[in-house]
Write a protein that binds this ligand. Structure first.
Ligand code: ACO
Length: 362
């Protein structure tokens, strides 16, 4: 048996292909490099194509999503002090769990809208500020930032969030998507599948890494300290957050897409140049140290490293990074859940029993 189901093919999908050897991600026939400049709405519409009978065209899609943001904002009345005391992702998950389950397009739109509304609202309410209601006329990225800060975001800033949401929209059979497909295979509905996915995303080995990436940058503080700090971390048996991937044996193409977005934010004055210099120095030192310490294993930069810098520059606190990730990945989870529920059988693998057997009667 392959540990961690590595190399096991557990589903057929027309949604995305992660080519680990070539370092390439294809989403519905289009390479991630060629999706640059597309909006999160356009890519969600692409992912949903064929899975809903009444799917609106791309112009109407954004308006439908905006209306769904207004609709789900009603759930914020349930954001009581106990809920707000939870870490942001858990608070967002609790609000998501209030949505009624279903397999239809209306449920899909509510789910796609929900983390974009709940994440900034939870952050503001936790700070004692009033939540800002959605503006259905804006793009999902621009509205999410407006609901976070209260002001209309600059075009470069909204564009950077759009790039992020597109970059993380789908990624083969990663742990959270697999969790979504397992639940969808029972015909439980899209909300149930998404809740399973959010729960899988939460862990630091999957979507919980970018916050710790910033902790690492803060602890290193200056480029000159990078190598010694990283060596000491590996001596303690720690993993370097933002490096390594189960499938990519070369650089994660999403890291390049996000590095590009981070550089343009720095060019537009929306990201501190010193922070970028520190991150680039830490990245270079980490790659060198990992190559020296794990020579048999190709450990490269993954999506989470530049995610951390990007989301920090956009004004999201690090404890909310995984919830922003969920906002982007929701499109992929929904599409995978529909694909699984429509065509797949119940997912029910076998386990090999290695415990004691009852004693044979004497
Ligand atoms: N730092 C140090 N060593 C590492 C790292 C790392 N980031 N990643 C892998 N290794 C080492 C392991 O210690 C192990 O070494 P060993 O064979 O000497 O014991 C070897 O590389 C293989 O590690 P596995 O755990 O088998 O790799 P796996 O494919 O299971 O893990 C994972 C992939 C979880 C992403 C891993 O690389 C990791 O923990 N990275 C850090 C956390 C991170 O960045 N997570 C975000 C991933 S991207 C995403 O999910 C969106």
């Amino acid at each position: 048996m392959e540990s961690g189901l590595e190399n096991v093919v557990a589903a057929e999908t027309m949604l995305s292909d992660v080519d680990g050897a070539a370092g390439r991600l294809i989403i519905r026939g289009i390479s991630l490099d060629d999706l640059g400049g597309q909006s999160a709405e356009a890519v969600a519409a692409l992912l949903f194509e064929g899975f809903f009978d009444d799917l609106p065209d791309s112009g109407a899609f954004a308006a439908r999503l905006g209306a769904a943001r207004r609709e789900v904002a009603g759930e914020l009345r349930h954001a009581d002090p106990d809920l707000l005391a939870l870490p942001p992702l858990e608070a967002v998950r609790a609000l998501l769990a209030r949505l009624g389950d279903g397999d239809d397009l209306a449920t899909a739109f509510r789910l796609l809208a929900a983390p974009a509304v709940f994440t900034p609202a939870v952050l503001r309410l936790r700070r004692g500020e009033a939540a800002i209601l959605p503006d259905a006329t804006l793009s999902q990225a621009a509205d999410m930032l407006r609901m976070l800060t209260g002001g209309a975001p600059a075009r470069a800033v909204a564009g950077a969030l759009d790039t992020y949401l597109v970059t993380v929209s789908d990624h083969g059979l990663n742990a959270s998507t697999f969790a979504a497909r397992v639940v969808a295979s029972t015909q439980a509905g899209l909300v149930s599948a998404s809740l399973a996915a959010v729960s899988a995303l939460k862990g630091p080995l999957h979507g919980g890494a970018p916050g710790p990436v910033l902790d690492m940058l803060d602890a290193i503080a200056t480029p000159a300290r990078a190598e010694a700090w990283l060596e000491a971390a590996l001596d303690r048996g720690d993993r370097l957050m933002g490096f390594g991937h189960r499938v990519y044996r070369v650089r994660d193409p999403r890291a390049d897409a996000l590095k590009g977005a981070v550089r343009s934010l720095a060019g537009a004055g929306a990201l501190d140049a010193g922070r970028l210099r520190l991150a680039e120095a830490v990245e270079a030192a980490a790659l060198a140290v990992l190559q020296r310490r794990k020579p048999g294993r190709r450990l490269d930069t993954n999506v989470e490293f530049y995610t951390a810098l990007l989301l920090e520059a956009l004004g999201f606190p690090r404890e909310a990074f995984t919830a922003v990730f969920a906002t982007g990945r929701m499109a992929g989870w929904i599409a995978h859940a529909r694909e699984q529920a429509r065509g797949g059988r119940l997912i029910r693998p076998q386990s090999r029993y290695v415990g004691p057997r009852p004693q044979a009667a004497a």
